[in-house]
Design a protein around this ligand. Structure first.
Ligand code: SF4
Length: 266
């Protein structure tokens, strides 16, 4: 299985762009037979230096997502949630990583909060001494609230202004996104909100709506859209990679409205 990571973005987005078309770093997908399967559908064989700020991390993927983003770099990981590796196999993978100076884990997808046993996975990772980061689209504040005490860092994707969310992602319950943002603001040990900017999508009105939405956030990250031949919507395949100039101009819209403004991938 070749997974195109992205989360998305969610982390999902950065991992996707990095592994796109790179079979040598292809994630290991282990649909293990029998019961006792963990939420981890696959993982990057190589530790990551970019998915967890300041940490060398193992990147673990869950399968299933309730959004339908045409620009998704992980279409194999969307749809209904599925379990993956056996717990013993996951333990073996984590032990191998830990023996190679990996001291952090990133749980990404798909959308990890679609997996009801996600807290069990977080307990498992913490018991092995990993610092743990979660990538999420913010659609499940109830499970997110249960997970926060088990997390060191959360990255939540903000796809666009709320008025365009349903059109862009197929997800219309924007109240849940607001709830997740509030949870992060007041209860996360550390977090970031992040947006992958797509030039034909994020015009001036959308940028202003985004600025109003993320105002007061602890950390807000802007990152470029990277096109790819396997994106679900052909329209996005033809869009250009977001230019550094666009990112820098967009950055001006958010200056002074968040505690820390970060631009990645320029
Ligand atoms: S469909 Fe899901 S995994 Fe793909 S970009 Fe959207 S939120 Fe992320």
């Amino acid at each position: 299985m070749v997974m195109e990571s992205g989360r998305s973005g969610r982390g999902a987005d950065s991992a996707a762009a990095r592994t796109q078309g790179d079979d040598s770093t292809a994630q290991e997908a282990l649909a293990s037979a029998g019961g006792g399967r963990s939420p981890v559908y696959g993982y990057l064989r190589r530790p990551s230096m970019v998915d967890y700020p300041g940490q060398l991390a193992v990147v673990l993927f869950t399968a299933g997502c309730n959004f339908r983003c045409g620009f998704c770099h992980n279409p194999e990981l969307t749809g209904q949630p599925r379990l993956g590796m056996s717990w013993p196999r996951l333990e073996q993978a984590c032990d191998t990583m830990a023996a190679n100076w990996v001291d952090a884990a990133v749980v990404t997808g798909g959308e990890p909060t679609m997996i009801c046993s996600l807290p069990e996975l977080l307990v498992f990772l913490r018991a092995r001494g990993f610092r743990v980061k979660l990538d999420t689209n913010g659609s499940n504040p109830d499970l997110l609230a249960r997970c926060l005490p088990l997390l060191d860092y959360v990255a939540m994707d903000i796809k666009t202004g709320l008025s365009e969310y349903a059109a862009l992602t197929g997800f219309a319950d924007t109240g849940k996104l607001r709830d997740s943002m509030q949870l992060l603001r007041y209860h996360a040990p550390d977090y970031e909100l992040r947006t992958t900017l797509i030039e034909p999508i994020h015009g001036p009105a959308q940028l202003q709506e985004l600025a109003d939405m993320v105002r007061g956030a602890h950390r807000y990250v802007l990152q470029p859209f990277v096109p790819g031949a396997a994106l679900p919507d052909p329209e996005y395949r033809a869009y250009p990679r977001t230019s550094p100039q666009f990112l820098l101009r967009a950055r001006e819209v958010f200056e002074g409205s968040v505690d820390e403004l970060v631009t990645r991938g320029t």
